[in-house]
Ligand binder design. Structure first.
Ligand code: ATP
Length: 327
């Protein structure tokens, strides 16, 4: 069980997500607790290439657990997509004697981590940091619960105006090709429907909703839409309603980046703390190329290749809950 790893670097990459700070804190403290040197790498892979690397002590991560965003900053790095970029990154790791990495990010960051790990035989462990909840092999990701709560609170406010003006609202949320945020926030906020990529690809969800007359008995309607090429997005859907069904008073609200911000919920802080400590544990067990996941409230190790596989199915049960509870 004893690991030979004496030093570890931690970075956040891709889109920021609430709870990343709690994860950085847990990784740092667990590394130091287990006798390792811990290095904070700023601005993701970009900072690994440009040598923005600082040794962390326990108090380097004080007073951050409650903060959204990431104190390590995050970035997208086109240089890391190249062999030359990754070579520079590896040279900086050697320069600082960093033997292993913990990468906190979404599917792109983990894809890059897998390539880098294989190229240079480096132990790398990932933490799923993304509000989209679009990784496979884990029930949830760091940041998802906070984003869900932020959307729900925004929806409660939109409902006031939707009801007062008897309007139909399309509310666009993040998620890319994954409808988890839209579907679950629709249930949590009592919305009428969620137009999500997983279903839109099979059928015309909007057409079906209109055919059903939205909620005939209600004086307002709120429909969640995942921002995605497959759904077309909220603006396109609203335009379609305006031309095809002019009797509806339609409005659009795009929640945008406010979904990413804010203080993480207790659930995200706890998840990030557990996963951060588990990541160091995994390195000590000589695990590599795995992402920390959570299944049935237990931490599991998910191989990178599995985690980034886009085969996560939307829950039939949740679709049913929305369908029945919104009649
Ligand atoms: P989010 O889901 O929030 O967008 P993400 O981690 O998926 O986060 P990306 O922009 O896709 O965000 O990826 C972040 C960074 O990971 C990229 O800027 C790049 O440096 C690196 N990366 C992504 N894909 C690869 C790849 N195929 N090879 C090497 N590096 C990659």
């Amino acid at each position: 069980m004893d690991s030979n790893i004496k030093s570890v670097g931690v970075l956040t990459s891709g889109g920021d997500a609430p709870g990343m700070n709690a994860a950085i804190r847990a990784v740092t403290r667990a590394g130091i607790f287990n006798g390792m040197k811990v290095y904070g790498i700023y601005r993701g892979y970009r900072g690994l290439i440009s040598d923005e690397i600082i040794e962390f002590k326990t108090n380097s991560v004080s007073n951050i657990i409650q903060q959204g965003g990431t104190m390590l900053k995050t970035a997208r790095s086109s240089e890391f997509l190249t062999e030359e970029g990754r070579r520079l990154a590896y040279e900086n790791m050697r320069k600082h004697d960093i033997e292993a990495l913990v990468v906190i990010g979404g599917d792109g960051s983990l894809t890059g981590a897998g390539i880098f790990a294989n190229e240079y035989n480096i132990p790398i462990v990932g933490l799923p940091g993304t509000i989209d909840n679009d990784l496979s092999g884990t029930d949830t990701t760091i940041g998802y619960d906070t984003a869900l709560n932020t959307i729900m609170q925004s929806m409660d406010k939109i409902r006031d105006t939707a009801t007062s003006h008897e309007r139909l609202f399309f509310i666009e949320v993040m998620g890319r090709n994954c409808g988890y945020l839209a579907l679950n926030s629709a249930v949590a906020s009592g919305a009428e429907a969620a137009i999500i990529p997983e279903i839109s690809i099979e059928k015309d969800q909007l057409g079906e909703l209109i055919e059903q007359g939205f909620r005939k008995s209600k004086n307002s309607s709120m429909v969640l839409v995942t921002e995605s090429e497959v759904t077309g997005g909220a603006i396109k859907l609203a335009e379609r309603v305006k031309t095809e069904y002019p009797q509806y008073d339609v409005r659009v609200s795009i929640l945008g980046h406010l979904q990413r911000g804010g203080s993480p919920t207790a659930q995200d802080r706890i998840l990030a703390s557990r996963m951060g400590i588990a990541a160091i544990q995994a390195l000590m067990e000589n695990q590599r190329n795995v992402v920390m996941g959570i299944r049935e409230n237990e931490i599991v190790y998910v191989p990178f290749k599995r985690a980034i596989k886009k085969d996560r199915e939307i829950s039939e049960e949740m679709l049913n809950v929305l369908r029945i509870s919104s009649i």
